[in-house]
Each structure stands twice: as structure tokens, then as C-alpha cells.
Design a protein around this ligand. Structure first.
Ligand code: FES
Length: 119
């Protein structure tokens, strides 16, 4: 499968998240405090709540329900109650300025790849 366009880069706050659905999968497009773009599965590994509604700080997102914090590069939780990593997807930014768009490939687990620069 190939990457699909999911949103405009300007629609994702810095730091912050935008919830999208990619081929039936809930995905959170997240820009970290440095503006780097990440794509993660938008369901906490502890319970069925959206991580896109959590707080983004540095390169992590905090689950709003019980407070587990997930690394946006690896999907690994830094502490309980979550103990399982969430999927991290391949993401890229194409274009410049207000025309830049975000593409995601949910078939590729991008854990431990370098962060994507925001335009
Ligand atoms: S639902 Fe996310 S940490 Fe409990």
C-alpha cells in the first residue's frame, strides 16, 4: 500500500494533534514541540480512548484518561498503566508553506525512524 494524503500541515497545531481516519484506522497526526510531524495509532494501548485528545509535550503525548505518556518516535509508553507500545506510522510532508500536506502510510511501522521536519 502507499502513502495517502490526510491533511494540510497548517491544520496541525504546534505542539498538538489532529485526529484523522486512514483507510478505516484512527490515526493521530501530531506535531511535537519542535514542529516535527508524527503519525501514531489514535487509540491508547491501555483503553479505548483517543490519544489525539491528550497533551503533547516535547516528543511525547500524554493519555488524558490515566496519564501514560507515549514516545512519538517509538510508540513506547514511559510509565503505567499502559505497558504496550502503540503503532507509529510512516509519515511525510510534501510541499511548502500553506500548501504543505501530510501523507501517511499505515502499512509501515516507522518506530525509530528520524522525525519528519514540518515545512
Ligand atoms: S486509557 Fe490511556 S492510560 Fe489508561
Amino acid at each position: 500500500m502507499t502513502a495517502v494524503e490526510v491533511c494540510k500541515l497548517v491544520d496541525v497545531p504546534v505542539p498538538g494533534a489532529l485526529a484523522v481516519v486512514v483507510q478505516g484506522t484512527a490515526v493521530a497526526i501530531i506535531r511535537d514541540s519542535a514542529g516535527h510531524v508524527h503519525a501514531i495509532n489514535d487509540v491508547c494501548s491501555h483503553a479505548d480512548v483517543a490519544l489525539s485528545e491528550g497533551e503533547v509535550e516535547d516528543c511525547t503525548v500524554e493519555c488524558w484518561l490515566h496519564g501514560s505518556r507515549f514516545d512519538l518516535r517509538t510508540g513506547e509508553p514511559s510509565g503505567p498503566p499502559a505497558v504496550t507500545a502503540i503503532p507509529v506510522y510512516d509519515v511525510m510532508v510534501v510541499g511548502d508553506g500553506d500548501d504543505a500536506v501530510v501523507l501517511v502510510d499505515i502499512t509501515v511501522n516507522a518506530a525509530r525512524k528520524p522525525a519528519v521536519e514540518g515545512a
